[in-house]
Structure formats: structure tokens, C-alpha cells
Design a protein around this ligand. Structure first.
Ligand code: ADP
Ligand code: MG
Ligand code: MG
Length: 523
């Protein structure tokens, strides 16, 4: 390449990056700006374009199809495993001895088991994450998230951005926008939430069982306790039910953009338009906790507000509650318990939440465990094919080899949200220390085979600056599952999240500042 051409390339990239950031500003592909102290406190102030990859990352189409095909299988698997309370309790029994957070979640789960609480309507909004292992050229699962999965809103917009850039600069790039798969994660998630609400609305008129989540409010904010067994208060005619069941709770603070992306879909999901903002229905977002999570530092803090007239809550959607930081006091734990006891559809229920733990991922990868939950041999084989090596730390041989070759492993605690895993020489150090501590100290962790994706050059745009780096990518496929007793109403893949990070970084979180949002270019 001649110098002139090189310069022309660099100039073209700069121009593209400028159009990209302008496009982001115009289309809401923005996040809070941590450099602005008022960001996250004043709506509409302190926003900056989301960290993005300038162009989509390449992936052979066969891996894309494979990942898409796995989504409904994982959805079904989560549901099946969630019904086996003993499996969840037993698998996590050692972990709970050393991990207080897991232990508290298990306490709630145990209470529901003891009460024989059945969830008829089960809603899962999941995301299964994968990396392409360069050594085996196979797609391997990093983890399965069942609570508060991030970015269904923004990732759909990134896809649009990349298609626009390719259309605009197509000749220069020799790329075809049709190779970027469509992404409507936010719309499909919104539809699933709306559908769950519909199911509840229909169902609860016949059943009218259980307490209302309104009680959580009473307990958390010290109001007089609502009576239990709400039949008097919420029983009655269908018409009355319909008026009362118009609330979705979003538990935790969400970014303005995720909410906005749900609002955008009003037209497609009529039920949601009732939820989001119609005066007739006096929509209430019931934001129970206002968290100060460092990871979500840019998020808007919503003040708690209350369901007017003590309306019954149909769906509780958790956008928080997955880290110990989200439970600063006993009040949050009692609220979580009360929500679980309620008849509302929980997304996720405590069981779904536990199925998403790393310990359960490791247990499911053991021989003959998938067979406990699924019958179809082909489907079992497909799931197993994407499992990386996963081990409990009871396995002395594996612990020994991880101490010898720490680079080949990742040590993972039972935590979510990025930044918690241990890599490289720290694995050795941590294992030696945990062994010395003795007892069950090792049970707080699992070991996982380290996956090494092939690195490729990409232009990353952050804070208005574009730079080229060697990068690796992680593909997440969203999945929605909705079931009412024996009837599976939704079991679908729902768009994707591509995250790209510099290859030298171990962790991959976008919010944590390690990765950028990306989309896919199928080859
Ligand atoms: P979290 O629930 O915190 O997101 P993950 O298991 O997804 O935990 O790990 C966080 C990040 O660490 C991933 O996004 C990925 O970049 C990296 N990572 C996790 N497991 C592996 C692995 N086995 N091999 C290589 N990188 C991994
Ligand atoms: Mg996770
Ligand atoms: Mg993850």
C-alpha cells in the first residue's frame, strides 16, 4: 500500500468515525458520560456516544446459525432445571457455606419450596454468551445470563448504525449491509413482557390467588402491613381485575436508554403502550431500589414511586438484584422475598435466577446431567457441543493442573456483572491461598477452560476518538421464554449482542469500560 493510499484510508476512517458519532447522537446510541458529574442526576444531561466498533465484526454464518439454534434449547433447559428445586439446592449446598449472597438467594428459594409455591406463568429473558475458540474452531459458551441481561436496547441500534455506514461507504469498504443480521432484541423483549402481562391478566381473574406485591412496598417503606390473602381486596369481577392489573414493576434503576427503547416499541406491542405512559391507565413504574452501583454510575436514578390505588402488579422485571451491592440492608432482602411470594410474574423467579449461576452451569456440564432434564438426544448433543471445560474445585487433579498452568483456566466466583473473574498468574495465587484456608473456601468458585478467540484488527470509537486495535469478540444471543402451565407461549431467540474488546484485556464488560458495542458481519 502506498503512503498516499494509506493516508487516504486513514482520512476515510476518520470521516466515517465522525459520521458514526453524529449518527449515534441523532439516534440515541448514547450512554451517560462519566466525565460529567451531573450525568445520571439530571435527565438529558451528560450523554456521550456509546463506545462502538466502527464496523461490524466478521463471523462465519455457520456459527451464527449454531448460536441461534441453541437459544430455544437453553430457554427450555432453564425452565426444566428451574422446576427441580432439590437439584438447585444440592448443587449449591457447598457454595452457600462460603458465599453469603448465594446463601440468601437459596434461603428464599427454600422458603418457596417449603410453601410448595408453583409459578404457573414463567417468563425468562436470557442471554447466552459465546466466544469462538481458535484452537478447536468451535463456538463455546462463556455463560448463560438469566437476570437483568444488559443492552437489548442499544445493541439493536448498533446494528442500524453499521448498516447505515456500510450503505454510505459501501463502495469504499466492499461490504454488503445485507450481511449484517437484523437485531430487534428490544422489541422482542418488550413483546414478551407485554405477553406475560396479558397471561397474568387473563389468568389471575380465574385464580386470584396469592398476595399482591403491594405488600413489598408496605414492608420496605414501613407502611402499615397489607392484609395477607388478598382475595377481598383484589377479588371480584373481571372488569375490576383489568383495571387493577396495569402495572409492571421495574426493580432497580435502568438506563434511560433501555427504557426509551421499550417506549419506542409501543406501536408494535399495544399492551406496552398501556404500560408505558397512557394517562388512562396511570402507568406506574415501580422502582423499588435506587441503587448506587458503580457499574451503573451513569444510569439515571429514579425516585421510588408508588402504584396508585394499590394496583396489583402483573410483572416484576428485575434490572437489579443480581449483585450483593443491590441489597444494602435487610429491607431489600425482605422485598425480594415478598416479591417472590407474590402472584406476580417474576422475571426472573428465584429459580430462574439460580439456574443462571456459574455453579449450575458447571453442574450441567457434568456427564449425564443434561439427560436428567431433556429427552431429545440430538438437542442434548447440540447443547453439550458448546460447553467448555468446567470443573468444581473438588476436583484435586484439575486444581493441581490449574496451579501448574494458570493461563489455561479462568477462576470464577458466583457473581454477575463483570470484573469478578480471576485470570493468569492470579489463578495460581488464589488457588494456593484458598487451599491453605481449607474448609469449603474453594467451593465459592468454579474453574473454566480459558477460551482463546482469534484476534483481529478493528477500529474502536470511544469518546469521539477512533483507534485501531487487536481485538476479540463475544457474541450473546438473547432468548425469550414464556410459559403458562403446559402451554409454551414464546420460546425464541431475540436478536444479539456483539461485544468487542482489545485482545489483551481479560474481562469484557462494556459498562465496566473494557469492551465496545459491536454487531455482526456474516461471512
Ligand atoms: P459475568 O457474569 O461477570 O459477565 P462472565 O463469565 O461472562 O461473567 O465473564 C466475564 C468476561 O470474562 C466475559 O465477558 C469474557 O470476556 C471473559 N471470560 C469469561 N470466561 C472466559 C473463558 N472461559 N475464557 C476466556 N474469557 C472468559
Ligand atoms: Mg453473567
Ligand atoms: Mg458475562
Amino acid at each position: 500500500m502506498s503512503t498516499t493510499e494509506g493516508k487516504a484510508d486513514a482520512a476515510a476512517v476518520e470521516e466515517m468515525a465522525r459520521s458514526a458519532t453524529a449518527w449515534c447522537a441523532m439516534h440515541g446510541l448514547v450512554v451517560g458520560d462519566r466525565a460529567d458529574p451531573r450525568s445520571g442526576t439530571v435527565p438529558g444531561v451528560g450523554l456521550v456516544h456509546a463506545p462502538i466498533s466502527l464496523l461490524p465484526s466478521r463471523l462465519p454464518e455457520s456459527f451464527w446459525s449454531q448460536a441461534c439454534e441453541l437459544a430455544p434449547l437453553f430457554n427450555e433447559l432453564v425452565d426444566r432445571v428451574s422446576l427441580d428445586g432439590d437439584f438447585l439446592q444440592d448443587s449449591l449446598s457447598k457454595t452457600r457455606q462460603v458465599d453469603d449472597f448465594t446463601s440468601r438467594l437459596l434461603d428464599i428459594h427454600r422458603k418457596m419450596m417449603d410453601a410448595n409455591k408453583e409459578e404457573n406463568i414463567r417468563l425468562g429473558l436470557h442471554r447466552s454468551d459465546y466466544m469462538l475458540d481458535s484452537e478447536t474452531n468451535s463456538l463455546l459458551q462463556i455463560e448463560l445470563n438469566t437476570i437483568s441481561v444488559s443492552f437489548p436496547g442499544l445493541c439493536s441500534i448498533v446494528t442500524e448504525l453499521h448498516r447505515t455506514l456500510i450503505n454510505q461507504y459501501g463502495n469504499l469498504l466492499c461490504l454488503d449491509a445485507k450481511r449484517v443480521p437484523g437485531n430487534d432484541a428490544s422489541r422482542q423483549f418488550a413483546k414478551a413482557l407485554a405477553k406475560a402481562w396479558d397471561e397474568f391478566n387473563v389468568d389471575s381473574c380465574h385464580l386470584d390467588t396469592g398476595q399482591t406485591v403491594g405488600m413489598a412496598r408496605s414492608s420496605l417503606f414501613g407502611e402499615a402491613s397489607a392484609p395477607t390473602g388478598q382475595s377481598g381486596r383484589f377479588g371480584g369481577s373481571r372488569a375490576r381485575c383489568e383495571r387493577q392489573l396495569d402495572t409492571v414493576w421495574l426493580v432497580g434503576q435502568d438506563s434511560l436508554l433501555d427504557l426509551w427503547s421499550l417506549q419506542r416499541v409501543e406501536a408494535e406491542a399495544p399492551a406496552l403502550s398501556r404500560l408505558f405512559g397512557s394517562a388512562d391507565f396511570a402507568l406506574v413504574f415501580f422502582l423499588l431500589f435506587v441503587f448506587e452501583s458503580p457499574l451503573l454510575a451513569w444510569d439515571l436514578a429514579f425516585l421510588p414511586c408508588f402504584s396508585r390505588n394499590g394496583r396489583k402488579v402483573a410483572v416484576v422485571y428485575f434490572r437489579a438484584g443480581y449483585t450483593p451491592n443491590d441489597y444494602p440492608s435487610e429491607a431489600e432482602w425482605s422485598a425480594r422475598l415478598l416479591m417472590e411470594q407474590s402472584s406476580a410474574v417474576k422475571c426472573p423467579s428465584i429459580s430462574y435466577h439460580l439456574v443462571g449461576t456459574k455453579k449450575i452451569q458447571q453442574e450441567l456440564a457434568k456427564p449425564n446431567v443434561l439427560e436428567r432434564f431433556l429427552e431429545n438426544k440430538e438437542e442434548i448433543a447440540k447443547l453439550r457441543q458448546c460447553f467448555a471445560g468446567l470443573w468444581s474445585l473438588d476436583d484435586k487433579e484439575v486444581v493441581k493442573s490449574a496451579i501448574e498452568n494458570p493461563d489455561l483456566f479462568v477462576l470464577k466466583p458466583q457473581r454477575e456483572g463483570g470484573g469478578n473473574n480471576i485470570y493468569g498468574l492470579d489463578v495460581r495465587e488464589a488457588l494456593i491461598r484458598l487451599k491453605k484456608e481449607g474448609g469449603d473456601a474453594l467451593s465459592a468458585y468454579i474453574l473454566m477452560q480459558r477460551i482463546f478467540p482469534k484476534a483481529s484488527l478493528a477500529s474502536l470509537v470511544r469518546g469521539g476518538f477512533c483507534h485501531e486495535a487487536l481485538t476479540v469478540s463475544e457474541l450473546g444471543i438473547y432468548g425469550a421464554y414464556l410459559r403458562n402451565k403446559d402451554k409454551v407461549i414464546i420460546n425464541d431467540k431475540c436478536g444479539y449482542l456483539m461485544r468487542t474488546k482489545v485482545s489483551s484485556s481479560d474481562e469484557g464488560g462494556v459498562a465496566a469500560g473494557f469492551a465496545v458495542l459491536d454487531s455482526l458481519y456474516l461471512t
